[in-house]
Design a protein around this ligand. Structure first.
Ligand code: ADP
Ligand code: ADP
Length: 240
């Protein structure tokens, strides 16, 4: 935490008044926040709360890729086989996508990056174009991940994420929930291997840069959210 404080104080000029969030979070640091963790850790579930707290728009590379697949774009056609197999899409494909997104006006004070970066190459490329002020690492053991992924469902109208057991959809939504094609036990094993081999080493990479914030994600949704909120309040100095 010490190095983060230094970074925040050192970036005093970059602090801005934050117009949307609760009064307690009066200031937020300019720069992007990364949501990091294995597939199914709860990144998407926590993103809405963090986004409304910080005002940073949520950008999920998984959602961007699924949209590309659904519209049969060149990008989608290239990405689909990797996604269906539970493999990461090639770095050069995803790096271009995020670089373009960061140039849009609403990205000026930073984005909430959900699922990006996932390799050291992606992180090195991001470092050249964007300041990352915090990496929220949601930590969940593998056996809990499999249960979460297999039971995940999405509201086909709103995109809201549910779980058949841990966060069941309300009655009026239950008929229209869908399951992602890659959310099956076989693919989740490949995704977990990809995570451990290619993504997990990033935790140390970001820890070395003093921005990694570890959160115990093996608890209820609200408890995890409360912990994230509290570390973000500390980071912004709004808890002082
Ligand atoms: P989850 O939320 O379960 O981790 P995502 O929706 O983030 O899954 O990603 C779905 C798939 O999209 C991944 O399995 C991978 O194939 C691809 N993908 C998403 N983000 C990236 C990324 N940063 N680098 C490479 N592939 C990615
Ligand atoms: P990610 O974006 O990291 O892949 P999601 O937010 O989509 O993860 O969550 C994966 C699944 O686990 C969803 O079905 C979600 O409802 C459920 N889930 C999320 N957080 C928790 C939690 N803290 N406890 C139990 N289930 C959770």
């Amino acid at each position: 935490m010490g190095r983060i404080r230094t970074l925040v104080v050192g970036a005093e000029q970059a602090l801005m008044r934050f117009p949307y969030g609760p009064d307690r979070l009066a200031r937020v640091v300019t720069g992007s926040i990364v949501l990091f963790g294995p597939p199914g850790a709860g990144k998407g579930t926590q993103a809405a709360r963090i986004s409304s707290l910080t005002g940073k728009p949520q950008v999920s590379t998984g959602d961007m890729l699924r949209t590309a697949v659904a519209t049969n774009s060149d990008l989608g056609m290239e990405a689909k086989e990797y996604m269906d197999a539970g493999l990461l899409v090639p770095d050069e494909v995803i790096i271009g996508l995020i670089s373009q997104r960061l140039q849009q006006p609403d990205a000026k004070s930073g984005l909430l990056l959900d699922g990006y970066p996932r390799t050291i190459v992606q992180a090195e490329s991001l470092e050249k174009i964007e300041l990352v002020v915090a990496v929220i690492s949601i930590e969940v053991p593998d056996d809990a991940i499999v249960r979460r992924i297999v039971g995940r469902r999405m509201d086909s109208e709103t995109g809201q994420i549910y779980h058949v057991e841990f966060n069941p959809p309300p009655k009026e939504v239950a008929d229209r929930v869908v399951q992602r094609k890659d959310d099956n036990e076989e693919t989740v094993r490949s995704r977990l291997s990809a995570y451990h081999e290619q993504t997990a080493p990033l935790a140390e990479w970001y820890s070395d840069r003093g921005v990694l914030l570890r959160i115990d994600g093996d608890r209820g949704i609200d408890d995890v959210g409360d912990s994230i909120e509290s570390v973000l309040l500390k980071l912004s100095g709004a808890d002082a």
